[in-house]
Design a protein around this ligand. Structure first.
Ligand SMILES: Cc1cc2nc3c(=O)[nH]c(=O)nc-3n(C[C@H](O)[C@H](O)[C@H](O)COP(=O)(O)O)c2cc1C
Length: 198
């Protein structure tokens, strides 16, 4: 199985989830490409905020996503922090460049999962995943949710829902529940992608 994890993260929380999802996919034998999409923030905004500067610096070694990373993969996990209950311009900008792939049906039939981060409990974890996923419907991808298939989803008081992994509150470390939901999505996405690619 070939899995791409494509994400944007400004201060590092969604990056943490992306790494755990990648680990989950590797656990079941997938080859994984972890890729960040290009930033759109003006340099002066980055320079003026220590939290953003550190968050972006921590990801400096992660290769930048290209459309080829989508075509290569059998399954793709897409991640973005929430912005007013919706996805970031950075991830949207990348997805908006997939028109030629859509025209040729290049992503049709591939597995797609989604993950996010939000500062507050009811600030848009689920709406962000749902709005991010409309992209996959238009491409004819097969959406892979987490469902209630991992125990943490029944009891988490941090991130993670039946829609997909999420991080709550910009913590320095993911909670155990957030980690287990993210690992589960990585494994499940790879397993489903492998079956679809047969
Ligand atoms: C412009 C803007 C809008 C945001 N909107 C929301 C929101 O609607 N709900 C929420 O809980 N958090 C909101 N946040 C907080 C971020 O979603 C949160 O800090 C993010 O998940 C951190 O992810 P990152 O560390 O990967 O960048 C917003 C942050 C910014 C900068």
């Amino acid at each position: 199985m070939k899995i791409s994890v494509i994400y944007y993260s400004m201060t590092g929380s969604v990056f943490k989830l992306a790494q755990v999802i990648a680990d989950g996919a590797r656990e079941v034998g997938a080859q994984v490409r972890l890729r960040r999409v290009p930033d759109l923030l003006p340099p002066e905004v980055i320079e003026s905020n220590e939290h953003i500067k550190q968050g972006l610096a921590a990801q400096a070694e992660v290769p930048v996503a290209t459309l080829e990373d989508l075509v290569w993969a059998d399954g793709i996990a897409f991640g973005s922090p929430t912005r007013y209950g919706n996805i970031t311009a950075q991830l949207k900008n990348f997805l908006d460049q997939t028109g030629p792939l859509w025209g040729e049906g290049k992503l049709a039939g591939k597995a797609a999962g989604f993950f996010t981060g939000a500062a507050t409990m009811h600030g848009g974890h689920e709406s962000t995943i749902l709005t991010m996923s409309t992209f996959a419907y238009h491409h004819g991808m097969i959406i892979v949710p987490t469902g209630y298939l991992v125990p943490a989803i029944h009891s988490t008081t941090t991130g993670g829902s039946p829609y997909g992994p999420s991080e709550l509150g910009n913590k320095s470390e993911l909670s155990e529940d957030e980690r287990s939901v993210a690992l589960f999505l990585g494994r499940r996405l790879a397993e489903v992608a492998g079956k679809l690619a047969q």
